[in-house]
Each structure stands twice: as C-alpha cells, then as structure tokens.
Design a protein around this ligand. Structure first.
Ligand SMILES: [Zn+2]
Length: 143
C-alpha cells in the first residue's frame, strides 16, 4: 500500500525504466487530481499539467488562469457586495471567458484564439488583469 490511489510501476524494471515509468504514473495522477480540482476555465486554458507557459508566471497571469481575483463573478461568489454582471451592458456575468473572449471593453490586443502557449495570449491576459485590478483598487495599486 503506497498511500496513493495510483498504481506503481513493476519493480522488476531496470532503474532508469522504473524512474521513467514512475514519472509517467505521477504525471497521470497529477493530471487526474488537476482535472478534479481545477475550474472549467482553468482546464480549458491549461488542458494538461505539462504545458509550459512562454511567459513567467506572475500575480496577474495567475489570476487570469485561475479565474479568481478581480472578476466580478468571482468577487460576487465569495460574498463581496458587487453585482456579478459586468458594466459593459452585455448582460453577461464578468467571468474570465467573457472578459478575455467576448467583452468589447477588452477587445484591443485580443488574440484570435486564447492559447496560453502563445506569448501574445499571456501578455494580453496580464494586461487585461492589470486593468481590472486598477479598476477595482485604484491607479495607485499598480506599481
Ligand atoms: Zn463585457
């Protein structure tokens, strides 16, 4: 019993093969846990745990990919006294999908497709999140 629900590789394997098989098992287990615990938006943006981002992770990119933070839908969900609807007049909730893919307010610089393996997408997400952060917290909040 290994305490994990994953199966371990055959112990009869040679050391190198065993390590390779073990890495594969761990990545599969990580992927399984990730799919159970991450949001639909996050899984859509990062379908596999082994994707590498072309940009360094930062506070704003983490918010964009998690869907937490400045999004009105999220702030409403955690009990902030704010409407989940976005003031752009679309009638949609301010979700990550709305902001990054549909909202006319953030159309400028929007990539044709959201692909986090493309640096342009990461830069766009970071820029939009900084704008949302500044709207929520004031211009002094961005350094
Ligand atoms: Zn909008």
């Amino acid at each position: 019993m290994n305490g994990l629900k994953m199966s371990l590789p055959d112990r009869a394997l040679e050391s190198k093969e065993y390590v390779g098989a073990l890495k594969k098992c761990l990545i599969n287990e990580w992927q399984h846990c990730y799919e159970l615990r991450s949001s639909q938006w996050t899984r859509r943006m990062i379908p596999h745990v082994q994707i590498s981002l072309p940009e360094d992770m930062c506070f704003f990119l983490a918010q964009a990919l998690s869907g937490h933070g400045c999004f009105r839908q999220y702030r409403h969900r955690i009990g902030k006294p704010i409407s989940p609807a976005f003031p752009c007049g679309s009638g949609e909730n301010e979700s990550p999908s709305h902001i990054f893919e549909n909202c006319p307010r953030f159309k400028e610089g929007r990539p044709d497709a959201m692909n986090v393996e493309d640096a342009a997408t990461c830069r766009y997400m970071r820029k939009v999140m900084k704008n949302l952060w500044e709207e929520e917290n004031g211009p002094h909040s961005i350094v």
